[in-house]
Design a binder for this molecule. Sequence first.
Ligand SMILES: Nc1ncnc2c1ncn2[C@@H]1O[C@H](COP(=O)(O)OP(=O)(O)OP(=O)(O)O)[C@@H](O)[C@H]1O
Length: 250
Amino acid sequence: MLEFQHVTFQYDSEDFNIIDDLSFTVEPEEFISIIGISGCGKSTIFKLTNGLLKRKSGNILLNGQDIASVKHAAGYMPQKDLLFPWRTIEKNLCLPMEIAKVPQSEQTQRVSDILKEVGLSDYAAKYPKDLSGGMRQRISFARTLLTDADLLLLDEPFSALDALTRISMQEWLLKQWQHFHKTIMFITHDVEEAIFMSSKIYLVKQTPIHELEVLKVPMDYPRNRNDMGRPEIVELKEYLIDQLRKQVII
Ligand SMILES: Nc1ncnc2c1ncn2[C@@H]1O[C@H](COP(=O)(O)OP(=O)(O)OP(=O)(O)O)[C@@H](O)[C@H]1O
């Protein structure tokens, strides 16, 4: 379980706490989405979770331990795939293991296994430019899995994809989540995407972020897009849009 306990954070260049006494929990193996308007501090929550930023006060615990002391605590997948264009897909996937000095034979085996899992075995020797946007995001997700973290932080991973690829990637990611039993925290601006993917939505209602409103999505897995038209889902969608719209300054 991930626990934020009274966490406060301030950027050096700002004169206020962007995260202000924030507490919340995420249960193991859940798929949750964080939604909020642009610039409200969603990515800051991720950067505090993966240790890129240091909190001013409070605790961030993973299964009861200070997250900073947990090995391979969180895997991070950014919006852009960040694959090196001069490295093959296999070599891109090996990179974190090269840094961790994992033996070569183990690297090759693990990359071969993960490529099979994500359905891209035929692309090991190709370069990122040979892959579509959706395929590159699948590779990027595979690289996040290779961190061995149980908690995956996915920061708007599908925002640059066209609408149809995005829909198939959503379905693909849900299958991966169910297969690998990871805890996923997912940032998106897209209310429908958040509802379709998540068991719970964590809504940012104000900046500085003092609390997150947690809304349960009343749909079972596996998800069916036809259920998106059910009255309680439409009601949830309208509530979320309404809450976000209130905060947008035009
Ligand atoms: N390194 C930094 N130094 C100072 N301020 C920063 C820094 N990084 C982000 N901010 C500010 O903190 C606020 C929150 O940023 P953050 O990236 O967490 O928001 P976000 O909700 O993820 O935004 P978006 O949805 O647009 O990606 C923004 O106003 C941003 O300008």
